[in-house]
Design a binder for this molecule. Structure first.
Ligand SMILES: Nc1ncnc2c1ncn2[C@@H]1O[C@H](COP(=O)(O)OP(=O)(O)OP(=O)(O)O)[C@@H](O)[C@H]1O
Ligand SMILES: [Mg+2]
Length: 878
């Protein structure tokens, strides 16, 4: 029994181990192949995912649209729970952007512990895609929800990103390995469960089989045991003799052994049959799988073809779209630039970026030479000599001629190239497009690649042509803008000029009005002074120099002289009085004015620089001296603690523009500049200094008439006086006087003295005091006197006594009619009538005309006995 049991157990164990082994090996193989298949499919899924993302963001990386990239990748992160993090590297593996903002600028997203360069960690590698297995150094979460724990192994993938065929970086995405692990684990469990099920069904069957098969052996064993027991008590022979084999074998021994062998045979047969069935099933299975796989492969191939075609179409569309997008962005930017050359440079840069071509140029067509000239270049063309191109010559000339874009794959071997053009020996791919300006081809824009091989995208040519159209619009805009700007500037200039002229007019009108007033006042004061002066002259002639009355009279004469100086300032300002205009040398006037001013003033140094060979100017010397004296005086007032005055003369030619600035006619002018090192003036003071009565001097010190009178006098000489000054840095007054070719006037003025005479003088004046005093003065000189109080009386007296009257002393302005009317009437009576004009006004207007009409002389009121007698003497003797 024990033997039977042991045998049975041993057999059971051996067979079970064999079956178990077969089951385990099969399960292992199945599990391994399933794991491999699942892993590869996961890699491919990740690759597809990463490729899709990289394409979507490549254009945005190129244009640094980080916001769009972030939205795209965050959406992917949100929709794919296995995606843990992302990062974008540039070509040099620097991180440009990542889901983990802390890590920007470092190699690693913060959650990755191991350096990804380690080759041991690489699990999968294709042309553009790499997968590594790396542990997380920090937990990863998205929107608060944990996605990966610290230490968890992840797939760290890297997909190359290209833009228009050029690598620009890599998109790095981390995926969780959990799903794959779970999948593998589940398949292993399934296989093991299958194995266990097989074992559980096969082992009981085996047990029964073994039991049946070894039952005869058991019985044999039992009989043998019986024999052994009997042999212990009986002799061997007896035992053997008594052993009936049939009895030992229980009568069935041979059959049982046969059955045993049969059973073994059946068992092995069964095993063989089972094995064959298994093999058949496996074969069937494999055949099925092969059949199915074949069909699947076929379908897969078709699908792959379809996908490839679709991808190609998508790729083309994507390139076109990204070019169009870039074109759109570029165009918006271009339209904002309005400076033509600046815009051209920008166009070249943008077109180069769009086409990924490094160098560019713009040729402008010039009608004068009928050639094209490079006016803007970029990249390697900067080093190429800038030579003009003829129409039809080379790429540029042809594009201009045909008005169509042209692409040359390799310029250096192209038959149409300009031979011998230095610098173009290594010029490769080149493209040029016409640029239309104001409806015609105005120039040619080109892009090129030196050296490197370059292949232009199919769609790029169309985009470049579109770009050229937009560039033409932008350039036309810029041209229009510059034209409008020019017109606007011109309009502004005209407006400004108008404004300036208006201001001049206002100033002139203002001065005119004040001038008339000042002239009237000066006239009245001069009449008063005349009465005083006349009486004093009489007193002086009646008294001897030692007499006290004579001395007082002298004082009064001095006061009248300064009163007269004041009225002459007023008259000067009133633009009156170019009494004796003669061609003079400005240098002479400067010298005489300086000697009057006196060179020795306390602390003031005077220097002069007088130009030689200056043309003369037509001036009233006395007035011009008065102007210069005013300037010297002002300069000395501006330098209370001393300083320098410099007088310079020179000559200048004013063209139309310059002359307009001075409000003068163009031509040759003599200049006198008086500069000082005094306190100077700010702009506000400068704008008022020529106004009458403007003064900054303390009350009672200045009248504010000096410069107003200088202005009036210079203006009256058809000249201009201007000032340049800065506060604290002195002032410089410049006078422009029109030059004349006339030679200098030789002065033959006789010295002033009292000249007695004889004859009859008709004194005409509306002021009785003046008539009275002049008559007395004339009588004192030896003349007989007649008088008239207005024009008509003058004419009737003259008509009556023309033969007796030797000279008429005629006032110019009288209430009834002017002296000019009386003069004309007297001239009709006697064309030889001798008339000396006598006026409180200066020699201007009427008086000047009367002199021109033939009057013999002019005396400015108030006048002294010397002046009166000298003038009468000159006229009577002449
Ligand atoms: N060389 C100068 N430097 C600084 N300020 C000057 C100069 N010349 C003129 N000015 C300014 O111009 C003002 C007007 O000068 P203007 O000669 O008309 O009058 P005034 O000198 O003040 O008085 P007046 O000439 O009657 O004595 C002066 O008060 C002074 O403020
Ligand atoms: Mg002054």
């Amino acid at each position: 029994m024990a033997f039977h049991m042991r045998l049975q157990t041993k057999l059971l164990v051996v067979v079970s181990v064999l079956v178990l082994g077969v089951v385990l090996v099969t399960s292992g193989l199945v599990t391994y192949s399933q794991k491999k298949r699942a892993t590869e499919s996961t890699y491919r899924l990740m690759e597809r995912d990463a490729r899709y993302l990289s394409r979507r963001i490549s254009h945005n990386i190129y244009n640094s649209n980080w916001r769009t990239i972030q939205i795209t990748l965050d959406m992917a992160l949100q929709s794919n729970g296995d995606m843990l993090y992302y990062a974008i590297h540039d070509k040099d593996d620097r991180i440009l952007f990542s889901s983990d903002t802390k890590s920007v600028g470092t190699w690693q997203p913060g959650c990755i512990a191991e350096a990804p360069q380690s080759e041991e960690s690489v699990r999968y590698r294709s042309n553009e895609f790499t997968v590594r297995e790396l542990p997380l150094s920090e937990p990863v979460a998205y929107k608060g929800a944990p996605r990966g724990a610290k230490g968890e192994v992840v797939f760290d993938t890297c997909m190359k990103v290209s833009y228009i065929g050029r690598p620009i970086g890599c998109l790095r995405v981390g995926y969780s390995t959990r799903e794959l692990s779970a999948h593998i684990q589940k398949s292993a469990t399934d296989v093991l469960a299958g194995g266990a099920a097989i074992l559980l069904t096969v082992i009981p069957g085996l047990l029964i089989l073994i039991r049946i098969s070894i039952a005869p052996l058991g019985r044999l064993n039992r009989n043998l045991l019986l024999l052994r027991k009997r042999a212990e008590t009986e002799s061997i022979g007896k035992v053997l003799g008594s052993v009936d084999i049939d009895e030992i074998s229980d009568g069935s021994t041979t059959t049982e052994i046969r059955e045993l062998s049969l059973s073994f045979g059946a068992l092995s047969g069964m095993l063989v049959e089972n094995w064959q069935q298994l093999e058949a099933q496996q074969y069937n299975l494999e055949m099925n799988v092969t059949r199915r796989t074949g069909a699947l492969r076929k379908a897969n191939r078709a699908l792959l073809r379809e996908i490839a075609e679709k991808k190609e179409a998508e790729e083309k569309l994507r390139v076109k779209n990204s070019l169009m997008e870039a074109l759109h962005d570029t165009t918006l930017d271009l339209m904002r630039h309005l400076e033509f050359n600046e815009l051209l440079e920008l166009l070249l840069r943008r077109a180069g970026g769009l086409m990924s071509m490094e160098s560019g140029y713009y040729f402008e067509y010039r009608e004068s030479t009928r050639q094209l000239y490079p006016i803007v270049t970029s990249g390697r063309f900067e080093e190429v000599p800038k030579l003009p191109t003829r129409i039809g010559e080379g790429l540029v000339g042809r594009v201009w001629e045909t008005d169509r874009p042209l692409y040359v794959e390799d310029y250096k071997t192209w038959s149409g190239r300009v031979k011998g053009h230095p610098g173009l020996e290594s010029l490769g791919a080149s493209v040029a497009v016409p640029i239309r300006l104001e409806g015609n081809v105005g120039g040619v824009m080109g892009l090129a690649q030196f050296g490197d091989e370059f292949e232009m995208e199919e769609t790029a040519m169309g985009v470049l042509a579109r770009f050229a159209e937009l560039a033409s619009i932008a350039l036309n805009n810029a041209m229009m803008h510059s034209k409008l700007q020019g017109e606007l500037d011109e309009r502004r200039r005209v407006e400004k000029e108008k404004d300036r002229l208006f201001q001049h007019l206002l100033q002139a009108q203002k001065l005119e009005a004040i001038g008339t007033l000042a002239g009237g006042i000066a006239h009245d004061i001069n009449n008063l002074l005349m009465a005083v002066q006349g009486n004093i002259s009489l007193i002086m002639s009646l008294t001897s120099p030692g007499d006290i009355v004579h001395k007082r009279g002298g004082k009064i004469e001095e006061l009248v002289a300064s009163g007269s100086a004041l009225t002459s300032q007023l008259l000067g300002f009133a633009r009156g009085g170019r009494y004796h205009v003669r061609p003079e040398s400005v240098n002479t006037v400067v010298k005489s004015s300086l000697s009057m001013f006196g060179r020795t003033r306390k602390g003031i140094m005077i220097s002069e620089s007088l130009a030689e060979w200056l043309p003369n100017v037509e001036i009233d010397r006395t007035q011009m001296e008065q102007v210069l004296l005013n300037l010297y005086l002002n300069a000395s007032h501006a330098m209370p603690d001393g300083g320098r005055i410099r007088i310079e003369t020179g000559m200048t030619d004013l063209d139309d523009k310059l002359a307009a600035a001075f409000n003068l006619k163009s031509g040759a002018y003599v200049t006198v500049a008086v500069s000082d090192t005094g306190v100077g003036m700010d702009k506000s003071t400068q704008s008022k200094i020529f106004d009458p009565f403007f003064t900054t001097r303390e009350m009672g010190r200045g009248t504010g008439l000096g410069l107003a009178s200088a202005y009036g006098i210079v203006k009256n000489h058809k000249g201009a006086i201007t000032v340049t000054s800065e506060k604290g840095r002195g002032a410089c007054f410049t006078i422009h006087l029109p030059a004349t070719a006339k030679p200098c006037w030789e002065d033959e003025a006789s010295p002033l003295a009292i000249h007695s005479g004889e004859g009859t003088v008709l004194v005409v004046d509306d002021e009785p005091e003046i008539r009275e005093v002049v008559k007395t003065m004339l009588k004192g000189l030896g003349y007989l006197c007649l008088e008239a109080e207005n024009s008509s009386q003058c004419v009737s007296v003259y008509r009556e006594k023309a033969r007796d009257i030797d000279l008429v002393l005629l006032d110019v302005v009288m209430p009834d009619a002017g002296g000019d009317i009386a003069y004309q009437a007297m001239k009709k009576i006697n064309p030889e009538v001798r008339v000396i004009l006598c006026s409180g006004y200066s020699l201007e207007g009427r008086a000047e005309k009367m002199i021109e009409a033939g009057c013999n002389g002019f005396i400015q009121k108030p006048f002294t006995m010397e002046v009166l007698s000298t003038e009468i003497h000159r006229v009577m003797e002449g």
